[in-house]
Design a protein. Structure first.
Length: 135
């Protein structure tokens, strides 16, 4: 892992959460993006090199909608930047971590992503992410 890339926070209402975090952090979000494949709309704040990603469900069957229904709003995941996502996935799989998705997929903020299952990481959903080059 290279660094903590972002902290993902599940929210019910992105507009309300954006206003709250703008007041909290003293700055506005720098991007809003929809990831149709995940059924999520995201916004990003940046503070001293660490990003905060707010995630709002765009459909009731999305992972974020299910998460909020079960656990409520709050920290959803920690994302770590990796230099080579496929190699990292293989290394973590070999070290006994369970991967949620067998192949990297396109995520928000021009990233390829993969998640490690919380049951293999002490209850924390961990995202591995790598910049998509050439985009």
């Amino acid at each position: 892992m290279e660094k903590l890339e972002h902290i993902g926070i599940a929210v019910k209402n992105l507009a309300e959460a954006n206003a709250l975090f703008a007041r909290l952090l003293g700055k506005e979000y720098y991007k809003i993006e929809t990831v149709e494949s995940e059924g999520v709309r995201t916004s990003f704040f940046e503070l001293n090199g660490v990003k905060i990603e707010l995630l709002e469900a765009t459909r009731p069957d999305s992972p974020i909608a299910k998460y909020i229904e079960k656990r409520g709003e709050g920290i959803h995941h920690l994302a770590f930047e990796v230099a080579d996502i496929r190699k990292s996935m293989e290394d973590y799989r070999r070290d006994g971590f369970e991967l949620i998705n067998p192949e990297p997929k396109k995520g928000a903020d021009n990233k390829e992503i993969c998640f490690l299952h919380p049951k293999s990481t002490n209850g924390v959903l961990v995202e591995l992410c790598q910049d998509i080059t050439g985009s």
